[in-house]
Design a protein around this ligand. Structure first.
Ligand SMILES: [Zn+2]
Length: 303
């Protein structure tokens, strides 16, 4: 029972934190175009003074001062671009501030710095192996699989337009088994709530190395660092694509349930929604995680 108390408490702190962030971001969006860095800093600083916000940020790496500095930096750096997943500078600051919940949760977890660290980690499983064994119930593409994928894409698009979203696919096909079990469970819950003939949930990103994240930034993507993706505890789920099947409301509803239960941090990042698993909820997925090498029956749905 005590575990439940901690989870509910986590959810209520995160809900107060989210309201404070929303207020701050609304004020940021009302600033004139190209505001001075000092005005952005002052606004973010005053927004972050709220007790609940300060409590979350005190646990994030570098504390409040780092977050203010990064918020100003990202705000000034933002440019309208197809590569950016934020629609405005204020929206990017919102994503940054909400991701601090992930970082407060996983402050002690080490980063996967290079591709080699991802390849060698014993905490990760190969998603293709797990999929071949029937242990993966969500869709994903594989970025490195280019030739095979081009041929297959052509066949898929001819047969069934929009059956899979366009995108580069996962940069790394390894993931924490607990994250696979969580995404399986979310996929099952969405399948029950979505209209008939909706395709499987599509996951566009799970693990990323710090080096990969830096490369995305250099290409103009709003890839933030530090990031729970680089610690293996976050994933991005395609939302806009689900709209084509009238299924995005079902997906949003399921994600909101996990958010309110304190199991996931959930961030609307536009095309895809970002989720991060709470440390207090990982034990829930350990049993299922050990069975990824065999076809899994549907788990008891939760919440
Ligand atoms: Zn993400």
């Amino acid at each position: 029972m005590s575990g439940m108390v901690v989870q509910l408490d986590t959810a209520s702190v995160s809900s107060r934190y989210r309201s404070a962030v929303d207020e701050t971001v609304t004020e940021l969006s009302l600033l004139p175009v190209n505001p001075a860095a000092a005005s952005v800093a002052a606004l973010v600083r005053s927004g972050l003074q709220h007790q609940d916000v300060a409590g979350v940020l005190a646990q994030a790496p570098g504390g409040v001062e780092r977050v203010i500095e990064q918020a100003v930096d990202e705000h000034q750096r933002w440019r309208p671009s197809v590569a950016s997943n934020a629609a405005s500078a204020a929206a990017l600051v919102r994503i940054l501030l909400l991701q601090q919940i992930d970082l407060a949760w996983w402050a002690e977890a080490p980063d996967f710095t290079l591709a080699d660290d991802v390849a060698r980690s014993t905490a990760l499983v190969d998603l293709r192996d797990a999929r071949s064994a029937g242990g993966v119930r969500f869709g994903f593409g594989v970025a490195s699989d280019r030739l095979h994928r081009r041929v297959r894409d052509y066949a898929v698009q001819r047969a069934r337009p929009s059956w899979e979203p366009r995108g580069p696919g996962l940069p790394f096909v390894r993931a924490r088994p607990e994250m696979v079990a969580l995404l399986n469970e979310v996929a099952d819950a969405v399948a029950l709530a979505a209209p008939a003939n909706t395709p499987r949930l599509w996951v566009s990103s799970i693990v990323r190395s710090v080096a990969h994240q830096q490369r995305l930034r250099s290409l103009g993507y709003s890839a933030l660092l530090p990031s729970a993706h680089c610690r293996g505890w976050a994933a991005d789920i395609e939302m806009w694509w689900f709209d084509r099947f009238g299924a995005s409301a079902a997906l949003r509803g399921v994600l909101q349930q996990y958010l309110h239960a304190g199991v996931l941090n959930v961030i609307d990042e536009g095309r895809a929604w970002h989720v991060c698993l709470a440390p207090t909820a990982t034990s829930r997925y350990e049993g299922a995680a050990q069975q990824l090498d065999r076809p899994t029956r549907r788990l008891k749905l939760w919440p």
